[in-house]
Design a protein around this ligand. Structure first.
Ligand code: M6R
Length: 594
């Protein structure tokens, strides 16, 4: 979370603001920039989105260097005082930081003893003061930086400037950071999307590496030794813009079909689908799927697909729990990490644990230059294109499609006779976005609810979980999910005649049972909304307050047809409530802290 950007060159105020806008997906609680002039350093900070900062930053300045930050608060409330950049007591050093310094209280206490006072509640201010403290006795900044980062425990991507020096210092550990140059201009950023239009190549920074950039070039250090870093060509697709849409969330939902098409095209290439070539997976006896939020819901469905298509023992885990459970991972385990961004801290931590235990790791990612994509044994791109809205939509459908291909490939390797692309092709042929007017009508009803219940069995239950997450994060409605059969074991106590219960029933094997569970809620006064792919007789239909019908696909990618309507319903419920669905309160797109 949090995005940092730094720039050396002409009009840093403009470049920093533009960079911060591109990084706003990483947090939008507050933002700030520091601009270095020949004789001074000016700070600008504002609460909320970058547009608030934009109002107070002067249009044209003579500054040549600056650093900027967009924040997702971890330590201290989101206000101007806690907004970055943070400065040293002598106001000579300014620091922007993404990550968490786990030992900041210990460091702060020591610095307090040395006479340093703190004005903010952040861990970052400690870094500014630590640099100042070391710099007092050692004017070699590289050595000072080495001492500083050696004192830090936790994660950081840092951009640092000094009011009397013409460059930007930087350091990285477990938070993304990249640097690029063009002529004698240099840019530092949390995401390479900031380099689009600026440079043709960029330098990745490894964990533990720090350095110094000036108009004359970039130096990288590991401990105190200078190291060479090879540039990588900047290969980004089109940077997403809204076109005629009002919000990225809606635009991205309507990019689902293109994503499925991209997946079919990409995986139809022999070189792209033969991911397991040269790999012996015959000894694998269990598979663990790991992710967070929406990606975790994809894992639940992915594990189910693998059990069905490959007959392997497969389980899904929430990444933040996986690390602290007795998870039985060894060299016969395949660990599949699902992440849109490939930078989610909990997922990366689970990945490291899996590697330490000798597992074979597979990443299912959207961002192909991400840490996860780079470090997993193999990775399957989901080809969804840039996803900007905080609520993940097209990426979820793309994850399911690729997980289905992955499950088919593993099955094929283990001797099951299947065409890994069959289900996805069928999905593409059958795919549509459903009856938007029906969805809008339901969104009109849901806007007045403070809470909701969603029930289902099997895959329907997993989709209810994802639908519920979409409703929660974009509409702030307390939407709860239960296994349909569990209602009677306690949850019925919550039902009264103001309750809406949404019943997900798209699996014919359990349709009748699920609907019977809904009847139990109806008998207690609940209004039942049926979500199904089956036709109902007129008499049966009368039992329901509202029915949403989707197409029947007949394979496990039915889940894609099932989730898209709920993404649309969540979008319109959010709009009805006057919420910006692209930037829900308290959230960020990429969660790079544990
Ligand atoms: O980038 P990732 O897929 O690893 O992100 C995981 C979750 O943070 C993410 O899916 C989150 O739950 C979304 N806001 C859901 O819409």
């Amino acid at each position: 979370m949090c995005g940092i950007v730094g720039f050396i060159g002409k009009a840093p105020e403009k470049v920093l603001l533009e960079g911060l806008k591109r990084l706003e997906y990483r947090g939008y609680d507050s933002a700030g920039i520091a601009l270095k002039f020949s004789d001074r350093m000016d700070l600008f900070k504002a609460k909320g989105e970058i547009k608030n900062l934009e109002k107070i930053v002067p249009n044209e300045t003579t500054a040549r260097i600056g650093i900027g930050h967009t924040r997702w608060a971890t330590h201290g409330k989101p206000d101007e005082t806690n907004a970055h950049p943070h400065v040293s007591s002598d106001k000579k050093w300014a620091v922007v930081h993404n990550g968490i310094i786990e030992n900041y209280i210990e460091l702060k206490t020591k610095l307090n003893d040395f006479g340093y006072d703190f004005y903010s509640e952040t861990d970052t201010e400690t870094i500014a003061k630590l640099i100042e403290y070391f710099y007092k006795d050692d004017c070699n900044v590289i050595s000072v930086l080495n001492k500083t980062i050696s004192s830090l425990k936790g994660s950081y991507a840092l951009g640092i400037i000094n009011k009397e020096q013409d460059g930007i210092y930087f350091a990285k550990n477990k938070s993304p950071l990249y640097v690029a140059k063009c002529g004698n201009e240099v840019m530092l950023a949390s995401d390479i999307i900031c380099f689009k239009g600026f440079a043709e190549e960029y330098y990745p920074i490894s964990d533990g590496v720090f350095g110094y950039a000036t108009e004359n070039g970039i130096e990288f250090y590991d401990n105190l030794s200078k190291i060479d870093v090879a540039p990588i060509p900047l290969n980004l697709g089109d940077y997403s813009n809204l076109n005629t849409y009002k919000h990225f969330m809606l635009k991205e939902i309507f990019e689902t079909k293109t994503a499925i098409k991209n997946i079919i095209e990409y995986y139809s290439e022999k070189n792209n689908i033969n991911k397991f070539d040269g790999r012996d997976i015959s000894k694998i006896n269990r598979v663990k799927f790991i992710g967070c939020g929406t990606a975790y819901h994809a894992c639940l469905l992915g594990a189910d697909m693998l059990r069905k298509k490959a007959g392997l023992d497969a389980e899904a885990y929430v990444a933040s729990e996986f690390r602290y459970q007795d998870v039985c991972v060894d060299d016969k385990t395949m660990v599949v990490l699902v992440s849109q961004s490939g930078e989610t801290a909990d997922t990366l931590a689970a990945f490291e644990l899996a590697k330490e235990n000798g597992a074979f790791t597979v990443a299912i990612v959207n961002v192909e230059y991400s840490t996860l994509a780079k470090n997993a044994d193999i990775y399957f791109p989901i080809k969804a294109g840039v996803e900007i809205a905080v609520a993940s939509t097209k990426a979820f459908s793309a994850q399911l499609s690729v997980l289905n291909i992955f499950a088919g490939l593993v099955g094929e390797r283990l001797g099951k006779n299947s065409d890994p692309l069959y289900d996805v092709r069928k999905l593409f042929e059958c795919f549509d976005y459903g009856n938007i007017n029906d969805f809008k009508l339901l969104a009109d009803v849901l806007r007045y609810n403070d809470s909701l219940f969603m029930i289902g069995r099997g895959d329907d239950y997993y989709i209810a979980q994802e639908a519920s997450l979409k409703i929660k994060e974009t509409s702030y409605i307390n939407s709860n999910t239960y296994y349909a059969g569990e209602l009677k074991h306690g949850f019925l106590a919550l039902i009264d005649d103001a309750t809406y219960v949404i019943v997900f029933a798209t699996d014919k094997n359990v349709f009748t049972k699920t609907v019977c569970n809904a009847e139990e809620a109806k008998a207690r006064g609940a209004k039942i909304i049926l979500f199904t792919c089956f036709d109902l007789s007129e008499a049966d239909a009368e039992n329901f307050y509202y029915i949403i019908k989707v197409k029947e696909l007949g394979n496990s990618l039915q889940s894609v047809l099932n989730i898209v309507p709920w993404q649309i319903i969540a979008y319109y419920t959010s709009i009805n409530k006057g919420i910006n669905p692209d930037k829900p309160r308290n959230l960020a797109k990429s969660v790079t802290v544990e």
